[in-house]
Design a protein around this ligand. Structure first.
Ligand code: NDP
Length: 312
C-alpha cells in the first residue's frame, strides 16, 4: 500500500488536538503539520478547516481536499481552491448525535416554555402555563440533509408534528415534505418552532429576513444552529422587539465571536450559545478521514462529496 502524503492546514483547528487521533487512524500514511515540510506538488491530500484564502492554491497534484468541518462555505467560496479536485466534507455520526441532542433540548425548551418558567420563578410568580402536548405543536426543519433528517427523526419520536423544507422533496415517514421556493411560504406558515439547518450558500445567505420572518406564525420560535449569515440580524431583532417572534436561539452569528456589545447578548428574547451545537471530535472524525482515504485508494465513491456549483 503506497502511503498517501497528507498535509494539515487550518487556522482554526490545531495539530495539538488532531495529531494523535490522525496518526492512530492513519498508521501507514505520511502526515505533515507544517506546510514547508513538504513540496506542494508532492501532497496527495489536504486536510483542512478554515484555511487562509489562497492557502490551497499551490497544491497542484491533489487527489482530495478533505474538510475537517461539515460546513464548507469558506472552501467553496475560495476561487483559488484547486479545480477538478474532489472536495469532501466531514460527516461524523458523533457530530450528528451532538446536533440532535442540542436541537431536541432547544425545541423542548421552546415547547414547554422553560425560559418563561425560569423568569416567573425569579419573580416568585405562581402562574400555570398551559402548553399543548407535542402532538399539538408543529416543528419545521429548514434543511433536511444529514443533520436535519436526524433531528426530524428524534422530534417525530418525541411526538411532534414535523415538517421539513429542502431543495428536493423527501419521502420520510411521519415528516411532511416541502421543497423549493414555491413551497417555502406554506412550510413557514405552519412552523411554530423553526430549526435552521441549511448550509450557507449564495442561495441561503440572508434568506431569514423580514419577509421570511413575517411568514412564520405569530409567536414562533427560531432556532438557528446552521450559520449566522443565513440571518439578517436587523430584521430578526425587529421581529423580536415587536414580540412577533417569541424567542430566538442562536448558536451561530454573522461575526464570531459575537462582539460583547451586540444586542443579542442582552436581549430578553434571545438565547446565545457560542457556536457549539455540534463540535468536531478529532477521534471520531479521524475514523471518517481514514474511511475516505481507504475509498480513495480503492477507487470507490468518496463520502461527503461537495457539489461546488451548488455550494454544499
Ligand atoms: P447537508 O448538506 O447534508 O444538508 C443540507 C440541506 O439543506 C439539504 O436538505 C438541502 O436540500 C437543503 N438546502 C440547501 N440549499 C437549499 C436551498 N437553496 N433551498 C432549499 N433547501 C436547501 O448539510 P448538513 O445537514 O450536514 O449540515 C447543515 C449545516 O449545518 C452545515 O452546512 C453547517 O453550516 C451547519 N453545522 C453547524 C454546526 C454547529 O455546531 N452549529 C455543526 C455542523 C454543521 P437537498 O436535500 O434537496 O439537497
Amino acid at each position: 500500500m503506497n502511503p498517501l502524503r497528507i498535509l494539515f492546514i487550518s487556522t482554526a483547528e490545531t495539530a495539538e488536538r488532531w495529531e494523535a487521533p490522525l496518526r492512530a487512524a492513519l498508521p501507514g500514511d505520511e502526515l505533515h503539520f507544517e506546510a514547508d515540510a513538504v513540496a506542494p506538488e508532492d501532497v496527495d491530500v489536504v486536510l483542512t478547516a478554515a484555511p487562509e484564502r489562497g492557502a490551497l492554491a499551490p497544491f497542484t497534484r491533489l487527489k482530495l481536499i478533505q474538510s475537517m468541518w461539515m460546513g464548507v462555505e469558506t472552501l467553496v467560496a475560495d476561487p483559488t481552491l484547486p479545480r477538478d479536485v474532489p472536495l469532501a466534507r466531514m460527516i461524523d455520526p458523533s457530530m450528528t448525535r451532538a446536533m440532535v441532542e442540542t436541537a431536541a433540548a432547544h425545541v423542548l425548551n421552546a415547547h414547554l416554555r422553560l425560559d418563561d418558567l425560569a423568569r416567573q420563578q425569579r419573580e416568585a410568580r405562581w402562574k400555570l402555563l398551559r402548553n399543548p402536548t407535542a402532538d399539538g405543536r408543529t416543528v419545521g426543519i429548514l434543511g433536511m440533509g444529514e443533520l436535519g433528517m436526524a433531528v426530524a427523526e428524534i422530534l417525530r419520536l418525541l411526538g411532534f408534528r414535523v415538517r421539513g423544507w429542502s431543495r428536493t422533496p423527501k419521502d420520510v415517514e411521519g415528516v411532511e415534505s416541502f421543497s423549493g421556493a414555491a413551497e417555502l411560504s406554506a412550510f413557514l406558515s405552519g412552523s411554530e418552532i423553526l430549526v435552521v439547518l441549511v448550509p450557507l450558500t449564495p442561495a441561503t445567505a440572508g434568506m431569514i429576513d423580514a419577509g421570511f420572518l413575517a411568514r412564520l406564525p405569530e409567536g414562533a420560535v427560531l432556532i438557528n444552529l446552521a450559520r449566522g449569515a443565513v440571518v439578517n440580524d436587523d430584521d430578526l431583532l425587529a421581529a423580536l422587539d415587536s414580540g412577533r417572534l417569541r424567542h430566538a436561539v442562536l448558536d451561530v452569528f454573522n461575526v464570531e465571536p459575537l462582539p460583547p456589545d451586540h444586542r443579542y447578548w442582552r436581549h430578553v428574547r434571545v438565547t446565545v450559545t457560542p457556536h457549539m451545537a455540534a463540535l468536531t471530535n478529532p477521534h471520531t472524525a479521524a475514523a471518517f478521514v481514514a474511511e475516505n482515504l481507504r475509498r480513495l485508494r480503492a477507487g470507490e465513491e468518496l463520502l461527503g462529496l461537495v457539489d461546488r456549483g451548488r455550494g454544499y
